[in-house]
Design a protein around this ligand. Structure first.
Ligand code: ZN
Ligand code: ZN
Length: 254
C-alpha cells in the first residue's frame, strides 16, 4: 500500500517525448540518370510525402544536391548533400558532403575520403551486381565489414528488381556489427521518391546524422508494388538515354 504523498500524474498515461521521422537517403535527379528535375522532386516531397529530410545522391556529382540545398527554405524540406560514387568494386554513397568525390577509387579509399570531409559512408544495394559485395558474394561480407570503415548499410532499396538482394542484405545484417541500417528509394522517377526510407529519431538532418551514429535508425518500405515496377519498365529507355546524356557521370566501372 502506498502511503505519503500522492502523485497527481495519472499512471495510466504515458507521454513519449520521442519523435521519429522519415528520410529518403537515396534519390537521383536529372543531374545524373534520374528523370525528375530538382524543383519537381522538392515539390513532390513537400506535397506528396511525409519525409522530413531527403538526400540527393546523383552518380558522381553533387551538383543537383547543392541545387536542392538552395531550395530547402522554399519547400520546407531539409536536404543532405550526397553522392553515389562509382568505386572500383561498386557504388558507395557519401552523405553530408562538401566536396565531390571522384569515381574510380577503391571502396576503401572512397570511404576514407567521405570520412575525411566529415561525411557518412553508406554501402547501397550491397548485393546487387553494382553493389560493393556483389563481386565478393556473401562469403566476403564479414571480412569486408571489418576492412571497410563504412557507417551504414542500405538494407532496403526500393528499385523493383532488387528484391533478392534486399533479402540477402537483411539476412546478413543482424546488427551488432557497429553499422547502422538505412533504407532509400534509389528513385530514378518522381513517383519512386519515398518508397524506401530511413526512420530516425528527431526531425532534422542533424538528428538523422546523430541517429545513424547511434545505430538506432531502421529501414522501412512503402512498396510501390506492380504500379512502381511498371513505371520503371516504361521509363527504362528514358533512364538509359539520360545515362547516355550524362555518360561521364553515370558510367559504371564494374
Ligand atoms: Zn547504385
Ligand atoms: Zn542509386
Amino acid at each position: 500500500m502506498v502511503t505519503g504523498r500522492t502523485t497527481t500524474i495519472d499512471p495510466g498515461v504515458y507521454v513519449s517525448t520521442q519523435v521519429w521521422s522519415k528520410a529518403d537517403l537515396h534519390i537521383h535527379s536529372n543531374h545524373s540518370d534520374g528523370l525528375a528535375r530538382i524543383p519537381e522532386i522538392m515539390e513532390f516531397v513537400a506535397t506528396r510525402t511525409d519525409l522530413k529530410v531527403i538526400a540527393i545522391t546523383d552518380h558522381n556529382t553533387i551538383e543537383g544536391a547543392l541545387f536542392a540545398k538552395e531550395l530547402e527554405d522554399v519547400f520546407g524540406i531539409e536536404v543532405v548533400v550526397g553522392e553515389e560514387v562509382s568505386s572500383t568494386e561498386g557504388h558507395v554513397i557519401g552523405l553530408f558532403l562538401t566536396e565531390e568525390i571522384p569515381s574510380g577509387l577503391t571502396p576503401a579509399e572512397t570511404i576514407r575520403r567521405i570520412s575525411d570531409q566529415g561525411g557518412i559512408a553508406i554501402i547501397p544495394h550491397p548485393f546487387s551486381s553494382r553493389g560493393v559485395f556483389g563481386p565478393f558474394g556473401r562469403s566476403g561480407f564479414a571480412a569486408a565489414v571489418s576492412e571497410l570503415a563504412f557507417h551504414a548499410l542500405e538494407v532496403y532499396n526500393s528499385v523493383p528488381y532488387l528484391g533478392w538482394a534486399n533479402r540477402v542484405a537483411a539476412k546478413m545484417f543482424t546488427g551488432g556489427q557497429g553499422i547502422a541500417a538505412v533504407g532509400g528509394s534509389d528513385a530514378h522517377v518522381l513517383h519512386g521518391v519515398g518508397k524506401g526510407y530511413t526512420v530516425f529519431k528527431g526531425t532534422t538532418a542533424a538528428d538523422l546524422r546523430a541517429s545513424i551514429e547511434a545505430l538506432e535508425t531502421r529501414a522501412e518500405a512503402d512498396r510501390g508494388g506492380l504500379a512502381l515496377a511498371l513505371r520503371y519498365a516504361f521509363r527504362i529507355p528514358q533512364i538509359r538515354r539520360r545515362q547516355a546524356w550524362n555518360w561521364e557521370r553515370c558510367k559504371v566501372r564494374v
